[in-house]
Design a protein around this ligand. Structure first.
Ligand SMILES: [Zn+2]
Ligand SMILES: [Zn+2]
Length: 330
């Protein structure tokens, strides 16, 4: 089968690799779409020895002898799974698994490949109402849902979303379900357009100072809840400036640089700051229901697709920070 292998920093190549061999409790899935995650971009840029591609959907093409309740041809996604051995997995907190970034499939093959295999009890069948494209965005939607759940936001809160990449877009859509207003910041024109019907106002920091504008929109109080979704130093600093007193900042964005900030602002405003890394099983299942029922519309985020052979172009595009979720079709 064909698979994208990261051989070095920024060096993704398509290779022929052996097909996965099934245990009796496993199924073989022909991958239909696999989205590029922000975490994949970090792996790509750093050349890390871990598998790429975890946001995928596909169809079952083979089942092990012990598999029950699934048939060849079923459209599916795979539910999150931890190592099942660490302290956090044993507590059921798979999103905090100690081996989260260490799991490999031996040859660095993830779901940017013709086939993947999975344990049958990890499978979530896609109902007829869900397309394969929508299936591939369930995982990022569950990550966004986790961030919103972490925030403890209440009906009628004013929300700021800093950065409208795929996670920011999904956070804005989910937050909008309960918020009095959602104010977002973003510099890419395509991403601003994707959020125009979602956010009450999208501020372009290249044109307008986002801190001044959000304070102006909130009678100088600031937002009740702030989501830092860009993973950048400036937006992390801004998140402290735009939060109201005793407001909550949730950070799903991954900023690997040191962020210079004045901690006295956190004390003076009695801020609550929370990191948000992953999701749990319940959030994954909820995310699929939310998309299936059309509670949020993810379709505008799913328009950019590349064949596996052009995966380097897909990663280049993802690195540019434009548009919605980028899907690769093996
Ligand atoms: Zn992801
Ligand atoms: Zn674990």
């Amino acid at each position: 089968m064909r698979a994208a292998i990261l051989e070095d920093r920024r060096k993704l190549v398509i290779r022929n690799v052996p097909e996965p061999v099934l245990d009796k409790d496993e199924v073989l899935i022909k991958v239909q779409y696999c989205g590029i995650c922000g975490s994949d971009l970090h792996v790509f840029l750093e050349g890390l020895r871990t598998s790429l591609g975890h946001e995928y959907s596909g169809d079952i093409v083979e089942t092990g002898k012990g598999v029950e309740g699934l048939e060849i041809g079923d459209p599916v996604v795979v539910k999150p799974r931890g190592c099942e051995e660490c302290y956090w997995c044993k507590r059921g907190e798979i999103g905090l698994c100690d081996k989260l970034f260490l799991r490999t499939t031996g040859r660095n093959v993830g779901a940017f490949a013709t086939y993947v295999k999975a344990k049958f009890d990890q499978i979530l069948k896609l109902s007829d109402e869900l397309t394969h494209e929508q299936g591939a965005i369930i995982e990022p939607t569950s990550v966004a849902l986790h961030a919103v759940n972490m925030s403890g936001m209440k009906i009628g809160d004013v929300v700021a979303v800093l950065g409208l990449g795929p996670i920011g877009q999904l956070v804005a859509r989910l937050a909008k379900l309960n918020a009095k207003a959602v104010y977002a910041t973003e510099t890419s024109q395509t991403r601003i357009e994707l959020a125009n019907n979602v956010a009450d106002e999208v501020i372009n920091p290249k044109v307008t100072d986002p801190v001044d504008r959000i304070l102006e929109l909130t009678n100088d109080r600031g937002a009740d809840i702030v989501f830092e979704c860009a993973g950048k130093e400036e937006t992390t600093q801004d998140s402290i400036a735009v939060a109201r007193k005793r407001g909550t900042i949730v950070i799903p964005g991954m900023c690997f640089e040191a962020v210079e900030t004045s901690f006295i602002d956190i004390v003076l405003k009695e801020l609550i700051i929370k990191g948000s890394l992953n999701k749990n099983m319940a959030e994954f299942v909820s995310a699929s229901e939310i998309i299936k029922k059309g509670i949020i519309d993810v379709n505008p985020l799913l328009t950019v697709k590349f064949p596996l052979e052009e995966i380097d172009k897909a990663f280049d595009k993802a690195l540019k920070g434009e548009g919605g979720k980028i899907l690769v079709k093996p």
